[in-house]
Design a protein around this ligand. Structure first.
Ligand code: EPU
Length: 336
């Protein structure tokens, strides 16, 4: 059933109140195919968890809200289990499902907002782990041919918050399900991210389990990142910029406390949150659009901000960072 003039406010974690001219929900592949056959020449607007988007205007395209649910084990051996999740499972609930069964690999990615189906799109990552480390493959519907195609990990062309689904495959596929290979024993604990170790220490944990790591990550994220149910946001609004070593060294001379991560011999990643805080924008607010007071990389909607106001704030920050540091901040969130 196609509904008309539906507010998308409940469907995007920024809580932006724009309208979908036409809106429909699908929970099965045949229904999705039929829908595309019924409206063959339309550009569609595929809505998943709505946690990585900023809506700045009413949506003219047919909005298709995906509702594909289900988790199953498709294969296992002594050491590993292959778990397939349908696209619309809530990511954090899926991570907890794996941890309850003592399957390791996703614990560092606890509490990331969004649905399973979007994890390969931007190769979600946190605390030293990215989805590319455990993702085996995903199935996606080719919108032109209506064939279901399988993308291996390599075919996804993962990079930092990047994949083929943000490049040549953009708008051409609908991801239906994702398979992850997880450990059943000898879990590899990734605690080298400083904050995880100190949080585990604070919790009094000496020999951490994967469940302890998840609890530590939940504690860290909850202390810095606003809960979208309480304060509209889309997580990190910008990507952390990657600069050349020469640019980095010039900056470091001027700002000796500059935090950084070495990517390779030639490239250094600089935290955008630090750049924004140093430029004085942490906690800044104009109307209902603001920069989170505990993590400057996160833009927030204090209630009734319009998408366009948040977009303007983002542009102001980009200009300011460029003027001060000569670095271009690229949005991580998709802006419509
Ligand atoms: N920092 C500041 N001021 C701030 C925020 C950060 O100086 O307001 C500094 C911190 O002190 C630290 C550094 O920046 O030295 C890094 O901060 P943090 O560990 O909070 O991580 P981030 O680089 O800001 C990235 C991801 C997050 C992910 C965290 C943890 C991106 C764009 N963001 O943020 O991902 O949770 O690392 O691994 O890569 C998301 O994508 O939505 C997201 C939340």
């Amino acid at each position: 059933m196609i509904q008309e003039n539906i507010s998308l406010k409940p469907y995007n974690t920024f809580g932006i109140d724009v309208q979908a001219k036409r809106f429909t929900q699908v929970d099965a592949i045949p229904a999705l195919k039929k829908l595309i056959q019924t409206f063959p020449d339309e550009p569609y607007f595929i809505l998943s968890g709505g946690s990585n988007m900023l809506l700045t205007q009413d949506i003219e395209q047919l909005v298709i809200k995906l509702d594909f649910k289900g988790i199953k084990i498709i294969k296992e051996d002594e050491a590993f289990v292959w778990v397939e999740s349908q696209a619309s499972e809530v990511w954090h609930d899926f991570v907890q499902w794996t941890l309850t069964r003592d399957y390791g690999g996703l614990e560092n990615l606890s509490l990331i907002p969004g649905h399973v189906g979007t994890t390969p799109v931007q190769n979600i990552g946190a605390y030293g782990v990215e989805i590319k480390d455990t993702m085996v493959s995903c199935k996606a519907l080719n919108i032109d041919t209506l064939a279901i195609e399988e993308f291996s990990n390599a075919a996804c062309q993962f990079g930092y918050r990047e994949s083929i689904f943000k490049k040549e495959a953009k708008d051409r596929y609908i991801i239906l399900s994702v398979v992850y290979r997880l450990t059943k024993k000898n879990h590899v604990l990734r605690t080298n991210y400083g904050v995880i170790n100190s949080e585990l220490e604070r919790m009094g944990v000496v020999t951490p389990t994967i469940q302890d790591i998840s609890r530590a990550v939940i504690a860290i994220r909850s202390s810095k990142l606003p809960n979208p149910a309480e304060l509209g946001n889309s997580g990190s609004f910008f990507k952390n910029p990657i600069v050349s070593k020469a640019v980095f060294e010039t900056l470091l001379k001027k700002y000796p406390t500059l935090p950084y991560y070495t990517i390779d011999e030639e490239h250094i990643k600089i935290p955008a949150g630090w750049l924004i805080e140093t430029s004085g924008y942490k906690g800044y607010r104009i109307g209902d659009a603001g920069v989170h007071s505990k993590q400057a990389l996160v833009l927030v909607n204090y209630g009734n901000a319009q998408g366009i106001e948040l977009k303007k704030l983002a542009e102001t920050i980009q200009n300011e960072i460029f003027n001060i540091f000569a670095i271009h901040l690229e949005a991580e969130v998709n802006i419509f």
